[in-house]
Design a protein around this ligand. Structure first.
Ligand SMILES: Cc1ncc(C[n+]2csc(CCOP(=O)(O)OP(=O)(O)O)c2C)c(N)n1
Ligand SMILES: [Mg+2]
Length: 802
């Protein structure tokens, strides 16, 4: 595989010929991998296969136009592109198919994602950035159709920022914004909202983004006429076409089997996007899928014989070959020789990959079989253990799970024994799991020294006692951050000109410019995508979602793309995006949600922070800017106008992540809460003193991760009673906090009363003050709940209230 092809600009005819033959070799190699890959799945060696056959040619043209520093955001068909760039050898292709857990051998995800999900490494071993301008880059694919689109917007926007914003260190990320972000997407996936949302935004923003549609006229079994108006996506999008008066997209349409037209279209697109920062759509038509959609079906079931015949005739590799011969670029004899050699090479690569995949398991089997034999010989359960051993011997090509399962089952037959052989086997199981489990579970979060939970607390300091509205603290803290970090920027609905709907950014657009403090369209998922893409290219974006309730529009991008990034790349890419939003109780069904249970479940891989006031919130921003992980900060909607003392060390004080804070000490019961509801809990705790109940009040404040130092259980040791209060639905985040304390921290050991939760009603909160009172936990609910717990434990001292 010859890496990094040059483009065909200004090259001699001989060079052009050799470029063509190089491309032909790559096309044939890629196809051979697809064909053999399918067989590997059907024979049971690999679990699932989705390949790039039928889409080789346009990817070769894309590879030729793709330059150092550029980024791809694409989907599972792009193996040929990755091969052309030298990032995917046939051997690595098969390692991906088998799910080899060694990142050296399977550089895409160490077996975490199925084959066909591509990535390049942006980070060094120590987590520092590589120089992305010296390599060709691919952001990490996800399986969700059109899920790659939102981030594409941010990858393109980063070029615009680097070109137009002064003072940012570009060294590792950009050369004056000359990089293009290339998107690939299947024709059917363009039906997704993510696609339309992103296209519209790119047209508005005028960013260097080239969107390539691989159109094979199907989405699995469903033909284009069911997906797309007029059955033709570029025709449907023709209104985006720029003209002399109005900015928009350049739209190019090209046939997927026409090599010269493809080369020309991609070079043209590259120039238009790169130089003028104009987005381009390339609609590549007449593509095929020779082996059908994936290994889980056969396209003969749903395509007519005429269509199948047409696909055979118009297979891009076949037509490329015909064109080479027709134009005298090579001879039949030479091409046959090349094809034969490639077949041998790919077969050899496949064999080698399979043997490398098996090697660690065979080594482990070699240790385990004699160990089982030894333990069997010592044991009254010899027959059973021997059977396990023989079963294992019979598995010629064992998986890790075979080894783990047999060895762990053997231990069950050794209960009550205490031989040295048993100890050896126990140790073997422990070691085997300790080595292998991280291969599947590491890197949900950053595992290096600069992780956000390691940033030391810095307390706010005060030069005087005067109080201001909470939003002023946020505003002035953002001001300090934007001065301190030139690469920081914030954007969202109403974020720029008016400085957000609660004026936490008031005046900052004037000071830092329209690119750093920016208004966007109403399009939550691509706001998040903008942030992901920019963060992948070294910027420090803060994406604003106007109200917590509307984060549901962006949840797919947050959950599937951002929260899994570190995990699915095994730490080889990062997107330290901060998502800023405001939420909890205020006004009715669509402005009072607090779906924290949903968020903490869906966003594992992010930090979720719920500061009780704006000083705590500002401190979280400061902490996150010192580290490099994605987080969601939910400011309290009803807290912007509450008075707080203004710290003097703005931009410097840090609220620790993963640490609770005890706001009031007490001896009778521990009350754990967060966000807006916490303020009510604090007030109730004072009321409770009047009836002789001394409650301890703890602010959870960091839900993911929660209480890393296990401080809450220390409180339970003192109070022996525990109530969690929040405004999520019953069984939502309060249940999570209960599990954390009672189960994970072992809090059950110290309880004299049943641990309980008090949450909102299961329905959405009704409108206005009465709606809030009757939908969410109010002061009386909290008072009575605490009182009831005390009454149950000591009815004499606490007689029934009602
Ligand atoms: C959100 C989502 N819905 C459904 C699927 C299942 N699915 C995987 S590929 C596919 C068809 C995609 O067709 P197209 O975009 O034309 O790409 P092609 O496979 O034809 O290249 C579907 C429905 C998915 N992966 N993600
Ligand atoms: Mg398709």
């Amino acid at each position: 595989m010859k890496p990094n092809p040059s483009t065909s600009n200004d090259i001699s005819f001989d060079d052009f010929k050799s470029q063509i033959l190089q491309d032909y070799e790559t096309a044939v190699t890629s196809r051979e991998c697809s064909v053999m890959g399918r067989r590997e799945v059907l024979s049971g060696k690999a679990k699932f296969g989705i390949f790039g056959d039928g889409k080789e040619l346009p990817q070769l043209a894309m590879a030729r136009a793709f330059q150092d520093g550029d980024f791809r955001s694409g989907y599972y068909r792009d193996q040929t592109f990755m091969m052309a760039l030298g990032y995917l050898s046939p051997k690595a292709f098969f390692h991906g198919l088998y799910a080899t857990t060694d990142l050296e051998k399977e550089p895409m995800s160490a077996g975490r994602q199925m084959g066909g999900h591509f990535v390049t490494h942006s980070l060094n071993e120590d987590g520092s950035w590589k120089n992305l301008t010296e390599q060709k880059n691919s952001s990490a694919d996800i399986s969700c159709t059109a899920g790659q689109m939102p981030r594409l917007l941010g990858l393109a926007q980063a070029s615009k920022i680097y070109r137009n914003v002064d003072g940012i260190d570009q060294t590792n990320f950009s050369k004056n914004g000359d990089e293009v972000a290339w998107g690939t997407i299947g024709n059917a996936s363009t039906s997704e909202g993510h696609f339309f949302e992103t296209m519209n935004a790119a047209g508005v923003m005028q960013v260097p983004m080239v969107v390539c549609i691989w159109d094979d006229e199907y989405g699995i079994s469903v033909p284009s006429e069911y997906h797309t108006t007029k059955g033709d996506i570029s025709e449907a999008l023709s209104g985006l076409q720029r003209d002399d008066d109005k900015k928009g997209f350049e739209i190019l349409k090209v046939k997927g089997w026409d090599y010269t037209a493809l080369i020309h279209a991609f070079e043209n697109a590259s120039d238009i996007a790169r130089e003028g920062h104009v987005p381009v759509l390339i609609h590549v038509t007449e593509l095929t899928q020779p082996q059908g959609h994936s290994t889980s079906g056969s396209h003969e079931r749903y395509k007519s014989s005429e269509r199948l015949e047409w696909e055979r005739e118009n297979d891009c590799n076949k037509r490329f070959r015909e064109w080479i011969l027709e134009n005298g670029i090579s001879t039949e004899e030479y091409l046959k020789k090349v094809e034969r050699e490639i077949k041998h090479k790919v077969r050899a690569a496949k064999k080698e990959a399979w043997s490398e995949f098996l090697k660690p398991q065979l080594a482990a089997k070699k240790e385990l079989v004699p160990l089982l034999e030894k333990t069997a010989n010592q044991s009254p359960n010899r027959a059973f253990i021997t059977k396990l051993k023989n079963d294992l011997i019979a598995i010629e090509e064992p998986l890790k799970k075979d080894l783990a399962s047999k060895s762990r089952q053997a231990l069950r037959y050794l209960l009550g024994e205490s031989t040295p052989e048993k100890k050896q086997l126990q140790q073997w199981v422990d070691d085997f799991l300790a080595t292998n489990e991280p291969q599947f579970s590491s890197h949900l979060y950053n595992e290096l020294g600069n992780k956000a939970t390691k940033v030391e607390q810095v307390l706010p300091s005060y030069s005087n006692e005067s109080e201001v509205d909470g939003r002023i603290i946020l505003r002035d803290n953002f001001d300090a951050l934007f001065t301190k970090y030139p690469e920081a920027l914030v954007f969202g609905e109403d974020t720029g000109n008016i400085g957000d709907v609660n004026q936490g950014l008031e005046g900052l657009q004037k000071k830092y410019g329209e690119l750093r403090v920016a208004d966007t369209g109403i399009r939550e998922t691509s706001i998040i995508g903008q942030g992901i893409g920019m963060a992948l290219r070294g910027l420090r974006p803060i994406a604003e979602i106007q109200y917590l309730d509307y984060i549901l529009y962006a949840i797919q991008t947050l959950s599937d793309d951002l929260a899994t990034l570190m995990y699915r790349t095994v730490g080889k890419q990062k997107a330290p995006l901060i998502v800023r939003t405001r939420g909890h109780r205020l006004e009715g069904i669509w402005h009072s949600g607090s779906p924290m249970g949903g968020l903490i479940n869906l966003l594992r891989g992010m930090y979720i922070l719920t500061p009780r006031n704006m000083t705590q919130a500002a401190g979280f921003y400061n902490t996150l800017m010192k580290s490099d992980e994605p987080a969601l900060i939910i400011e309290s909607l009803n807290g912007y106008r509450l008075k707080e003392k203004k710290p003097s060390n703005l931009g410097e004080f840090c609220t620790p992540i993963g640490k609770v804070e005890t706001l009031k000490e007490g001896t009778d019961i521990t009350l754990l809460s967060y966000g807006s509801t916490l303020r009510i809990v604090e007030k109730v705790a004072n009321d409770l003193l009047e009836v002789g109940i001394d409650a301890e009040v703890i602010d959870a404040q960091s839900l993911l991760p929660f209480d890393l130092e296990h401080d809450v259980v220390k409180s339970l040791q003192k109070t022996n009673r525990f109530l969690v209060i929040d405004e999520d639905v019953p069984g939502g985040c309060s249940a999570y906090l209960l599990q954390e304390v009672v189960e994970k921290q072992g809090g059950y050991r110290y309880l004299d009363s049943a641990p309980q939760t008090l949450s909102a009603k299961a329905h959405r909160p009704a409108y206005a003050s009465d709606g809030d009172y009757f939908s969410k936990p109010n002061a009386e609910d909290i008072f009575e709940k605490v009182y009831q717990i005390m009454h149950e434990s000591d009815p004499k001292s606490y007689p029934a209230l009602r």
